[in-house]
Design a protein around this ligand. Structure first.
Ligand SMILES: [Fe+2]
Ligand SMILES: [Fe+2]
Length: 176
């Protein structure tokens, strides 16, 4: 293990105990998820990726950025923003809110600012923590988007297996 997992999870839990962070629960994310659940999943995945790549990270910094990267505090549907507009603008909104409520370092602002790259073309990741957050966010978003389709495919596969089993039984029955 390259990084201190205990330190990372202590920082995550310290943030999650804050009622201001718990508010993220109120804001929907992709397909039935909420922003708090999304940020926790992104935080876990960011650390996993750091370990897979063997990258030595600043644990507290990555934990804070992962939990606060979508701290934009609005319901997308209520704003009338297009997906593209939300996609390009919400990192700055998250930075503004998180600066006010928690304070952010220049590096933390940069990490959050680049998490939607390449959509935000002019703000590529400029640190290991930024690259991890950018990758983990996409990985989790894809899983959240795909979740209903995966469920449907699993249901279909179950049905097909059931049909095959039923075919097998009737065939055996006919043979008798
Ligand atoms: Fe985001
Ligand atoms: Fe996100």
């Amino acid at each position: 293990m390259v990084n201190d997992k205990e330190l990372y999870y202590n920082e995550l839990n310290r943030l999650l105990a804050d009622p201001k962070v718990q508010r993220l629960r109120e804001f929907p994310q992709h397909h039935g998820s909420n922003t708090l659940r999304h940020c926790i999943a992104v935080a876990k995945r960011s650390f996993e990726l750091a370990e897979i790549f063997g990258w030595d990270i600043d644990e507290a910094e990555l934990a804070r950025c992962a939990i606060l990267h979508d701290y934009y505090l609005y319901k997308i549907k209520e704003t009338g923003l297009s997906a593209y507009r939300h996609g390009t603008s919400h990192p700055e909104v998250a930075i503004k809110n998180a600066r006010k409520d928690f304070g952010l370092t220049e590096k933390e602002m940069s990490v959050i600012r680049s998490h939607m790259w390449p959509l935000t073309l002019l703000h590529p990741p400029r640190s290991l923590e930024a690259a991890l957050l950018c990758l983990a966010d996409k990985d989790i978003a894809i899983k959240e988007f795909a979740a209903p389709e995966i469920k449907k495919a699993a249901g279909l596969a179950r049905k097909l297996r059931g049909k095959k089993a039923a075919d097998g039984i009737s065939k055996n029955g006919d043979d008798l």
